[in-house]
Every structure is written in structure tokens, then in C-alpha cells.
Write a protein that binds this ligand. Structure first.
Ligand code: MG
Length: 403
């Protein structure tokens, strides 16, 4: 498996922050900026991370990384005076086995693993990519404190990081820049001057670069908001799984009903209801997930109300029971065991009927058919059986009563 490396230059001084410390040590929600950045990369598809820190801050940076134990950090190297020198120092640590390299500002702490992955994917596909956002403010060219003209912002994008490239291309661009004495403010500019196409991956306003003290306040507010979103995603929920099995015998003179659909066949299934064995197995799986016993307990054969009833009505009652408990169907998988007839052509119609009753999309209900190679009652065409599993999901901690 080809490797992806990240190089994180963390060399910005704290001067614009009005701080004596380099900004990667500034606390954001109680955690140094650089750690936020590195955690995003640790959670992304990159295999290893190289941090380039200013030589005078190498020891405290190493201490910091040791203290926070960020996974995937392979090395901390001494960066140079310029960002480009720091990235070049990082590049020397990347082994030749690496396929892709991502470069990212240490001071963009709100980068997401998804954006990192998207930039890597695009570089793997096209050679080189970078995160950027369209310019939204009107731009003015200013000379001596007065507006000279308005710059057409059409087609103008603000560069962000990650900037990603196939390792060979990035090495080539850095070698050429070193040979020519070219200094760029980002990696893409080094690639561009060699005529290498750099694809844009749309970034986000959230992926801001912390440069001034107010940026830190904005980052903190965004982070708080993100944490709340994550919290709601992580709210307690319950999953309940259930299994169902049913079998009915085949007799002449009855319709063969499976999954609410009448299937053309010389025989049908015998039962008190329409004997829809597929739907019964699904009902039993759902009742199992609810801890509610089985279909016989809820819809007894002795009850005249259920004579000849469509089993889809029974399924609807079972789903109402689930809804009363605040549970929804996540997915179900049903296997029908029958020697004949061929069922697959009927599956789309069955799935849409079952899905409509269960309040899910047809994709949530998988149907399969199996023969038993003529063995047993199903193989001798004496009957048809069905197996089902169903998964239910509810919000909050559930208290299930088993009665
Ligand atoms: Mg049954």
C-alpha cells in the first residue's frame, strides 16, 4: 500500500499574535494549536506526519508532542527561516516509498480529516491539488492609501492548505526552486512554475489560518460549535437486533403471497393469515429486536380478526409497536428458502411494499432467495421457509420491558 506523508511547517513566529511564543503553542480550547492540527492529520488517511519547527523551538515542540502523544508523528525536524525551507527540511525526511505528500500550515487547526482525504484523493488522481475557497469580498488595488481600481474577483480563489502532490512532483518542484533561487509562499506556486496543473479542492471558511489574536477567538468559537455538533452526533442511542424464522407448507388452491406480493405459482402457502412466510419472518425479527416475543403471541391463530389478513397489516402493527418505543428500522435482511418458483424478479416489488410499511427506503430491506438443492421439505417443494434479521435504532437509553 502506497504511503501518504504529511509535512506540517510549524514555524510561524508569535509576533503578529503579540506573543513571545510561536503561535503553534497558543492554546485553543485549552490545547495548543499545533496539537489540534496534528490530531486532524492523525485521524486522516495519512500514514505518517513530519513536523518542521523553528530550530530554537525544536526542543519544546518535541516535548509538546511527547506530552500529547499524537499518533503517526514520525519526526520533528528543524525548520528554516522561510516556510519553503521548513517544508524542504520535512521533505528530506520523507522516505522514497511515499506516494503522496500533503503540506499543511500548523496554524490551520480546524482542518478536517475529510478535507485532508479529499486533497489526497485529488492528488492521487490528477497529480497535485490544494484546498482553496472562492474570494467573496470585493477586492481593491490600493496605492498610497487610495483605491487605484477594483480587481475583478471572478476566478479568484484564496489558497489554503492542505496542498497535496504526488511525491515525485513535489520533490521535482522543490529541486527546481532551489536551483533557481525561487521562493514561493506556498507549495502550489512551486509546482505551477513548472507547468504542473494543481487542482482545486473546495476548502472551507472554517479552515482558517490563525495569524492574529482575533483569529484565535474565531477559531475557538468555531471549535465550540463543532464540539456541540459532535456531541449531538454522539448522543446516546440504542441498537436492538432481532432474528426471525418461519415456515409454511405449500398447498393447492391458495395464492402464494411473499413480501405482500402475489407470486404466480401452482401452489400457495397454508396459514391462518395469508401465510406470507417472508413477512412473518421479518415481523418475528422486529419483535425479537423489541424484546416482544413472537408473532404468535401478538396475532394468535385463534383470533378470527387475523383470518386471511394481509401480513403487511401485521407488519404495520409491529412497526407501530416499535414506533411507540421510539425505535426505527435501520435495515433488515431476509432469506427465503424455496426450491421454486424463481423469486428474484419479484424482489423489487416486495422491497417497495415492505419498505413503505416499515417507513424506510427499499435499500434498507435486503431480500435473498436460496434453494436447498432439493434437500429437505423446501427442496421437496413441501413448503417454504424464511429467515430474517432486523436492526432497530432508537434515541436515548432504552428501557426494554420483557413480558
Ligand atoms: Mg407464519
Amino acid at each position: 500500500m502506497a504511503e501518504a506523508y504529511a509535512i506540517i511547517p510549524a514555524g510561524g513566529s508569535g509576533s503578529r499574535m503579540g506573543l513571545p511564543l510561536p503561535k503553534q503553542f497558543c492554546l485553543l480550547a485549552g490545547i495548543p494549536l499545533l496539537i489540534h492540527t496534528l490530531r486532524a492529520f492523525a485521524a486522516s488517511p495519512v500514514d505518517a506526519i513530519i513536523v518542521a519547527a523553528p530550530a530554537e523551538h525544536l526542543a519544546p515542540t518535541r516535548d509538546l508532542l511527547a506530552r500529547f502523544a499524537v499518533p503517526k508523528v514520525r519526526a520533528v525536524v528543524a525548520g528554516g527561516r522561510l516556510r519553503q525551507d521548513s517544508v524542504a527540511a520535512g521533505l528530506r525526511e520523507v522516505p522514497s516509498s511515499a506516494e503522496l505528500i500533503a503540506v499543511h500550515d500548523g496554524a490551520r487547526p480546524l482542518v478536517t480529516p475529510a478535507l485532508i482525504a479529499a486533497c489526497l484523493d485529488e492528488a492521487r488522481r490528477s497529480g497535485a491539488a490544494m484546498a482553496a475557497i472562492p474570494v467573496k469580498d470585493t477586492l481593491k488595488a490600493v496605492v498610497g492609501g487610495s483605491v487605484q481600481r477594483t480587481v475583478d474577483r471572478d476566478g479568484l480563489w484564496q489558497a489554503q492548505t492542505p496542498q497535496t502532490a504526488r511525491a515525485g512532483l513535489l520533490r521535482q518542484a522543490f529541486a527546481a526552486a532551489a536551483a533557481d533561487g525561487f521562493v514561493g509562499t506556498d507549495e502550489a506556486s512551486l509546482l505551477e512554475r513548472l507547468g504542473i496543473q494543481v487542482s482545486i479542492v473546495e476548502g472551507s471558511e472554517r479552515n482558517l489560518k490563525v495569524t492574529r489574536p482575533e483569529d484565535l477567538l474565531v477559531a475557538a468559537a468555531l471549535l465550540r460549535n463543532q464540539t456541540e455538533e459532535e456531541k449531538s452526533m454522539n448522543e446516546p442511542f440504542s441498537l436492538r437486533i432481532g432474528h426471525g424464522y418461519d415456515a409454511h407448507c405449500l398447498v393447492a388452491g391458495r395464492d402464494l403471497v411473499l413480501g405482500g406480493v402475489i407470486v404466480d405459482h401452482p401452489k400457495g402457502l397454508l396459514g391462518h393469515s395469508d401465510a406470507d412466510v417472508l413477512t412473518h419472518a421479518l415481523c418475528d425479527a422486529l419483535l425479537g429486536a423489541l424484546g416482544e416475543g413472537d408473532i404468535g403471541r401478538h396475532f394468535p391463530d385463534s383470533d378470527e380478526r387475523y383470518r386471511g389478513i394481509s401480513s403487511l397489516k401485521l407488519l404495520a402493527e409491529v412497526m407501530a409497536l416499535a414506533a411507540a418505543r421510539g425505535l426505527q428500522l435501520v435495515n433488515a435482511d431476509v432469506t427465503v428458502v424455496a426450491q421454486k418458483p424463481k423469486l428474484a424478479p419479484h424482489f423489487p416489488a416486495m422491497r417497495s411494499k415492505l419498505a413503505a410499511v416499515c417507513g424506510v427506503t427499499p435499500e434498507a430491506i435486503n431480500l435473498k432467495a436460496s434453494t436447498t438443492e432439493k434437500m429437505g421439505f423446501a427442496g421437496r417443494e413441501e413448503g417454504i421457509a424464511a429467515h430474517a434479521v432486523a436492526l432497530l435504532k432508537g434515541n436515548g437509553e432504552l428501557t426494554m420491558e420483557n413480558g
